[in-house]
Ligand binder design. Structure first.
Ligand code: ZN
Length: 357
């Protein structure tokens, strides 16, 4: 009986390998995969979006006039691997890079693109450029300083000794950052966007229309989406993140309206800022529903006189936790760390209630 499951497991593995090959799934950098998701449309993404370093998706759009890249990864080495892969796919240069927002998991790779394609335009919202100027140098310096003092191996060894599962997961994610970024940051220049806009830019590149658009505040002040009307494909940046949304300092009330505008696009393909490609609005609507539930639960708690310090005990979003995180300890950690704790604070602030100092 002990080995009875083996042939079945092998069968599944074979089916999986065939399925992967059929969809052109390729590994061009360890821990990531390169997938075609439409005609001339490619996604390079972490295999596990919850593992460290937490990194963005990067989308490659091939047009007859050149290549567009949306978001450039946290690690310039990964961006260089994507550039090598672009050169295998087409002889055309990268002409445009879009930074959907300022967070460095979407912008650190800009340097690799500037080096490889000096003429490429880097597009972002004006609020993104302002935030990059304000935040990016300090963020880079902080990472360099923190990572200089540690080795990834030490952190992983320490994680193995921890009894608290959440804490151990946090350590492992951190080790991923150290391993990926420590060798890269000293040689990385901060390359800022040089084509900045407010509301909308429309392009015709060969046979393709591309619209870069600001649809409202959400994850940050300056999130932009890329809409390909002919493909009905929408690239959302971190306005939408799967499987667990990020809610750090998010203007929650505005964010709900922005998601409604995304849903109204009628996209058939949605590429979130992190996580798997969606083929309909279902996940987007699930996130919008979560945000609505969070805002109304926080408003209700406040009405009942609950102070901010007791908010997490008073708000019950466990049915949503089950829907988003399921039974995965890793996803539950992400739910608490990236959504619930920062999200309650964001909702409280978005409703105009005073935060304690
Ligand atoms: Zn991100």
């Amino acid at each position: 009986m002990k080995n009875a499951g083996a042939p079945i497991r092998f069968g599944w593995l074979l089916a999986l390998l065939i399925a992967v090959a059929a969809y052109g799934d390729e590994v061009i950098y360890p821990g990531y995969r390169w997938v075609s998701f439409g005609d001339g449309l490619f996604l390079h993404s972490p295999v596990n979006p919850l593992a460290g370093p937490v990194d963005s998706n990067s989308v490659v759009i091939v047009t007859a006039d050149g290549v567009w890249v949306v978001d450039t990864h946290i690690n310039p080495a990964v961006a260089r691997a994507v550039i090598d892969q672009i050169r295998r796919v087409t002889d055309l240069p990268v002409t445009h890079v879009v930074n959907t927002h300022w967070h460095d998991d979407h912008t650190n790779g800009n340097h690799a693109y500037r080096q490889a394609f000096p003429d490429a335009k880097i597009i972002a919202h004006s609020a993104t450029l302002a935030a990059l100027r304000r935040e990016w140098p300090a963020m880079k310096a902080q990472r360099q300083q923190a990572y200089a003092a540690v080795e990834a191996g030490q952190i992983l060894a320490a994680a193995d000794k921890l009894e608290d599962e959440d804490q151990a997961l946090g350590y492992r994610i951190y080790a991923g950052y150290v391993a990926a970024l420590k060798p890269e940051l000293s040689g990385m220049e901060l390359i800022y966007p040089d084509m900045v806009f407010e509301d909308k830019l429309e392009f015709e590149a060969g046979d393709r229309r591309l619209i870069v658009e600001w649809l409202g505040r959400g994850n940050t002040d300056g999130d932009v989406v890329v809409w390909l009307p002919d493909d009905k494909a929408l690239i959302t940046g971190d306005l939408l993140v799967a499987p667990i949304p990020y809610a750090f300092d998010s203007p929650m009330v505005d964010w709900i309206e922005t998601l409604d505008r995304l849903a109204a696009k009628g996209a058939q393909t949605i590429v979130p800022g992190h996580g798997a490609v969606q083929r309909d609005n279902a996940y987007l609507e699930q996130v919008a529903s979560l945000l609505r539930a969070t805002v109304s639960a926080v408003a209700e708690a406040r009405k009942n006189g609950i102070p901010f310090s007791e908010l997490s005990g008073a708000v019950d979003l466990s049915s949503y936790e089950q829907r988003f995180a399921g039974d995965s300890a890793e996803a539950a950690y992400a739910w608490r760390t990236y959504y619930l704790t920062p999200g309650l604070k964001s909702a409280w602030a978005a409703l105009g209630f005073p935060l304690p100092d």
